[in-house]
Design a protein around this ligand. Sequence first.
Ligand code: KG4
Length: 340
Amino acid sequence: MTTILAIESSCDDTSAAVLREGVLLSNVTASQAVHKAYGGVVPELASRAHQQNIVPVVDQALKQAGVTKEELSAIAVTLGPGLMGSLLVGVSFAKGLATSLGIPLIEANHLQGHILAHFIQAPDERKDTPPYPFLCLLVSGGNSQIVRVDAYNKLEILGQTIDDAAGEAMDKCSKVMGFGYPGGPIIDKLARQGNPHAYSFSKPHIPNLDYSFSGLKTSFLYFLRDRVKEEPDFIEKHKEDLAASLERTIVDILMKKLDMAQKQTGIRHVALSGGVSANTALRQAFQERAAKRGWHIYIPRFAYTTDNAAMIAITGYFKYLDGDFCPIDKPAYSRTVLNS
Ligand code: KG4
């Protein structure tokens, strides 16, 4: 019986999951509230919080799964990309535990994990998994990419952001408005009460399938600065419309390129992944576009959109079946292109 313990600590969530024969038995995540006061993740505080959380989180994941560490077949861990100090906590812990138990270590790429989240099966659910090939719009705090997926380990980036990620744009614009962190869920909530056509912000003109969000961030900043000069409580009075208009602009930019990628490749199975895929307007736009164009679509459960170890567990399981193990001296990496 194949039982995988997975560990994810690439940013500000410490997460551990247990998967047996491809079925998820537990997925425990400790998020770090400490960053809220700073309006973004503070790397050193993140590393410290991972050190506090890692042992109890792994312990709880094993207990919830009803699995002892002696029953584990392998340990999968996110080796990158992410914050180096954060990664080192999870990677060192996983290496130590795998060595002491005499079982293989499996490396998982964080972005591959987000995409393979579509294959997570919980015991109580039967869900459709995308057939290969499929397209995946991967949108998170650190990435915005359109990926062609031909197999679990054959991934090709068709387009990606040349500057900020979509989630980063939401977080930065939220900060400019004086809202909390992370900004994505706050903007999502406010936007539901606002008019998405109240204001217009600049959209990038990039010819291929790449994205750019830094111009939008700047145009949003200048727009607010001018309006606040005329009306000091402009943001407070119009926050719902501002959130809805900003969100609409980001969703339009994302959907336009996804549409282009779908037309260019002819692939009809299309998936969403990453933290921003929790966004209400993006999910709605995705569903509407699918209905119009006849796409088969795949949207992950909310629990698997943001960082979690369940996605690392399923990645680890596929690699385990292929005997694809990681040398114990392989170091963590902060940046990478997405391969396998
Ligand atoms: O995937 P994730 O947890 O971490 C990374 O790997 O980056 O994504 C975090 C990002 C943040 O930028 C956060 O603001 C955004 O996902 N996010 C959302 C929503 N929930 C999380 N953005 C828009 N709407 C949401 N509901």
